[in-house]
Ligand binder design. Sequence first.
Ligand code: CAA
Length: 382
Amino acid sequence: MDFTYTEDQKMLQKMVRDIASKEFTERAKEIDKSHRFPKENVQIMAEAGLMGITIDPKYGGGGMDYVCYSIAMEELSRVCASTGTIMSAHLSLCTMPIQDWGSEELKQKYLPDLASGKKLGAFALSEPGNGSDAAAMRTEAKEDGDYYILNGSKAWITNGAEADVYLILAQTNREMKHKGVTAFIVDKGAEGFSFGKPEDKLGIRASSTTQLHFDNCRVHKSQILSKLGDGFKIAMKTLDGGRIGMASQAIGIARAALEESMAYANVREAFGQKINEFQAIQFKLADMSVDIDAARLLAYAAATAHDRGEPFSRLAAQAKLFASEMAMKHTVQAIQVHGGYGYTTEYNVERYMRDAKITEIYEGTSEIQRIVIAKALMKEML
Ligand code: CAA
């Protein structure tokens, strides 16, 4: 096992860290407060090649591996979790599945614009009436000559109102349950496709989260990803990959909480000494650093398995579960280190806690990760 970064990975880490620190730090607070989607951050990421980092250079991507994707997600989310979310939904949930499952025609049609960041992607699985039980979706696509007619609503869609290209999961044969789910690529502006109002969220407030509505929306058969009935498998595999990025996002948020707690403890005084001289504070910082490093090893184990073409579903769920619960626990502790100041918006740690919470929910709740892990363990025992 090799635990060292390659030269390329080190360069990428430095580049993303520099960009995020220099370009996103100031804006992170403002866009959180105003709930403003940061188009300028997307533009900066696009210019740096981050929107297509794992996409084949043949389609204009960076051709990098999933460890690189993890590194980028950690560095972005350390500064601005909303920006990390925008990038991950675009890349791992929309662009990657088109690369992995699309026909050559669909790849040529969509990947160059998505990989360059000219267009933004989104992924729509959840609905107002179902989230964890993904196969219970109500959105339906009925065949009509060369087209499918989509009807239904999707909920909690990241990049919802801002995206240009949407990966939509819909039932094409309800009797077949999950085997009747099909993935469609739908363009913004398609007739019968509209958006609900933006969700007013606890955290990742600058990312756009909306419902999508389909009212007799006609989608040509050539927009089917892979083939009829492959949608559930595509969604599950896509989420396996996405969960690695979510683990890295949680790690980035927790790292920011640790770094700011250390800086604060180094200047704040109580009882005649810096608070970092109290073991009560030192132990919190020590625990944070151990858990962050442990979470990162899990994320890299999953990313490495992905890159080697090995099974990684359980590893990704383990990484996401551990990292997200770790980030939630330690962002709360970071507020504790900051005392009353931590409870105000003057410091960033309250934002980190609000941002950390979503990592326990989206791309599969912690409870779903435990189900995925337990099912995989039982299968591995057979
Ligand atoms: N890879 C490939 N195939 C998989 C798979 C995987 N990881 N997981 C399951 N499958 C296959 C199974 O092999 C099975 O196939 P067969 O019928 O051919 O044997 C089929 O899918 C059904 O599997 P299950 O019986 O295990 O399915 P289930 O209905 O019990 O559900 C679940 C399994 C793991 C709970 C799944 O529903 C799930 O992951 N739910 C969570 C959904 C989720 O993460 N939603 C997040 C929404 S997206 C988001 O958050 C992004 C955003 O924009 C905010």
